[in-house]
Write a protein of this length. Sequence first.
Length: 631
Amino acid sequence: MRSRIVFTFLLTALFVVLSGCGTAPNCPTCGTTTGGTYAVIDVIPVPEHNNTGEPGGPFNSFDISWIAQAPNGMGDDLDYVSDRIGIAVQVIDTAQDIAVNSIAGSNGISGAGNNASSCSNEVVTTPIPPIVSVLGNWTRFGCRNGNFHIPGFGANGNFGGFVGGQCCAARANQVNPLSGPNGVVVTADGNTLFVGNGSSSVVVFDLTTMNLAANPPTGPNVIAVIPTGLSPDYDGQAGNSNPLPWNPSGNQAGIAPCIASANGRAFSDPSCGDLRGDEISYDATDHILAVIDGDPGLPFITFIDVSSLVTRPITSNCLPIDSTTPFGPPLGNALGLINPSTCIMGQIYYDGAGGLASGGTGMTYGLNPGTPVDTIALAPPSGQFPCPDPSNPQVNSGVSGIPGVNIVADATAPVPCHHGPLLTAAGVFCNQTDPGTGCSGAISPAGLGAHVWNPNTGHFLLTNANSTGNIPVGSIDEIDPRPGNPNGPVVINSAPLLNCMPGSIVQGPGDNFLVGCADHDGQAFPANEIVINGTTLATVATTYNVGGVDEIWYNPGDNRYYVAARDMLPYPVMGVIDAGTNLWLYNLQVNTNAHSIAVDPKNNHVFMPQQAGAICGTQASAGCIDVIAQQ
């Protein structure tokens, strides 16, 4: 009997050692190498933020963080953080734990004046054109030249700026889709920064022109501003002398009608345009940038060839097709067509239009009348579904039909349109070129979230919250960008995820990808995070100790996933998952709406923006960026 007891004790002890679930504080933390705890080890003040409201106020509205090596491979790693109150991208030195620069335009708070990023004309002699909004007026959020002037924003040749946090961009007031900066991506060499802006556009910075040693540090040059759709009407009718039908008095209403339409009308007012350019991912092999406009009732994803921007010297600034006019819709254009960038490869629309019409054949689609967002009023050519207006019908979109045509040369020719992927009630993917049985009928407009490029396949994986009309069913859509294909990118597969609103995705080791599961349409799902195979889209593992996640990060330095679980109950946490075993390790309580996260692989320190609150210590009233590490 004694030998059996001893043997049982030894087995139990071995299990405890192997699992890491001992008696250390905050156990179980299976897989950790020490006590398993994480704690805030430093607090970084964000430039020009305080609790007085002047000039910046508390750091209470931010978006994506991205850590990359310093430009030209010199110096420490840098953390680029979207700051909507400072109206800038803050630059943090991750070795010294200090803010070293603010990348902003002329409207910036912490980066205004001499620190405003200038607009580089490098190689191209024509200045980067400004952007025109959906109402036909100039918008300040682009690069300006001598012919572009709005009262208060002179023609100084600088980047106009980011849109900031409209009404503080709080989740409760429903104007987050009008805010910016948003998504941030830096190329692996640290030399090029892409930032999604609220004006349905992407701003591209040459980080090699940033000088951190100057006093004050100088911002990097803007080398391109690429509209993905139509800008919201931030500037009212400024620059437009002709009153428009929806604003006959000529008042500069700006985005007020758009904000009003947010309450129950899904941002359907024309002044909303296509809302913000949001999440970004980057194909490092073919130099393709993917950007979502995920907030309109009919969201879409844009694929951009940025090879001419990330290579040096730059050979193109991605100017518009018609270089004599600004980016945007030509005034009086009845089709609602826009003057897009020459670098856009194609776009895919999740337009809720439905599949093949009942009894129909070929390319005959239902038109889903009554949808107020992103539809062209003009009847389409025979056999074609109307592309949404930001769709750049002169740009490739979809999987069949006729290659995109140049609007300048021919504005009436039919072009291919893509009705968006969907799953049948059984969770079966509807092939785009041969929908088949069970694939007709309306598609639920998608809630598009983060996406990532899979180097193992060359394809993009896009999180899709509304694959079907069933709220608990989301999906991961696989998109082949098909560089060089005249018909543009195409969705080639879609896999359902149950009880998960997929809102973020990141590559871990090998072909494993962690999907961040959030809550959905007011419905709180049980806590879970899902690891999938990026090639087959099959589920590899599910963890159940953390949920309600927004942004996520994989750190190769310690082979762990870090998740910003702002909707975790009973309080928000930073969660840690072992990427080798796919086991949950630890949850650290953080401040309300802490949804952005990035990790430096050199020191394994977590950098997590925080709204004002106790976790910021001496910066509690101003907000901060916390530095978190394993103890």
